[in-house]
Design a protein around this ligand. Structure first.
Ligand code: SAH
Length: 255
């Protein structure tokens, strides 16, 4: 395995703490995005903000694969919880990803990517196992992770790790009616976000391992908008740094 690991997030608040830990970083600007090339936990990485949505994420993934020769892509950020036990402050590590807003029926089955015969993209098992393992450890001490004030404000006392389906689409899901419809149509979806499945599709085309890990920022319901901005700025970047950093530290040293 050669090449750096790509760490991708959609928004600045999801990656700012991690970028602050990359002292030797060099900025390479491609397609209007800053790709930060450097090291984290001794591992070569490229960190980048994709911006929000499936197309922005797909462009970013393509540049990472074509220009930076990355050996794996890991997406980190926040998502809205869908399944009943998936609460604010929990972490979801994807096993599969699907585009919930893709529907070329009746020509192709709903959710299927036309001409690919696939609706669900499988995330890399080994990276997912490693991420869930470190997440379980990191979440054992929520106060150390985000500070007591955030734990109390958002009720982060006993965060959990979940593994399963992540649904992606070009919609910020912020009504109870829409999240109920998603739960009905995709009963096994754990959470909803706006980028993961697009990056998974690009990585599938290139045959490069992909993994996604999301901190739950809201419940994708009528209250989602209120919770969202404050949670992302106070909590998301600390989760990303702690979890991605702990995972990178488990990788074999690069000489
Ligand atoms: N109103 C927000 C919009 C951000 S979009 C703002 O002003 O910044 C939401 C981002 O967080 C996306 O990158 C998406 O991947 C993730 N996300 C978190 N909760 C979500 C939800 N309920 N529905 C869809 N995406 C969500």
């Amino acid at each position: 395995m050669h090449g750096p690991v790509a760490i991708v997030a959609a928004m600045h608040e999801e990656l700012s703490a991690l970028l602050a830990q990359m002292p030797d970083e060099q900025r390479v600007r491609v397609a209007g995005r800053d790709f930060w090339v450097g090291h984290l936990q001794g591992q070569p990485v490229v960190a980048v903000l994709s911006r929000i949505g499936k197309v922005a994420a797909a462009v970013t993934a393509t540049v990472l694969l074509e220009r930076f020769g990355v050996r794996a892509v890991v997406f980190t950020g926040v998502a809205g919880g869908l399944a009943p036990g998936v609460r604010v402050g929990d972490v979801v590590v994807a096993t599969e990803l699907l585009q919930h807003d893709l529907d070329a029926s009746p020509i192709f089955p709903k959710y299927e990517v036309p001409l690919m015969g696939l609706s669900r993209f499988v995330a890399d098992r080994a990276i997912g196992d490693a991420l869930s393992g470190v997440a379980a450890g990191v979440l054992r001490d929520p106060v150390a992770l985000t500070g007591r004030a955030a734990v109390e404000e958002f009720g982060l006392q006993s965060p959990k790790v979940h593994r399963g389906l992540l649904a992606s689409g070009d919609r910020f899901v912020s009504t109870t009616a829409e999240s109920e419809a998603l739960r009905r149509d995709l009963p096994d979806a754990l959470a909803v976000e706006m980028e993961g499945a697009a990056v998974a599709q690009v990585c599938h085309d290139y045959g490069v391992p992909f993994a996604a890990m999301r901190t739950i920022s809201d419940r994708a319901d009528d209250e989602a908008h209120g919770d969202f901005a404050r949670f992302v700025s106070l909590v998301a970047s600390r989760y990303s740094l702690a979890l991605v950093g702990a995972w990178l530290a488990t990788l074999p040293a690069v000489s």
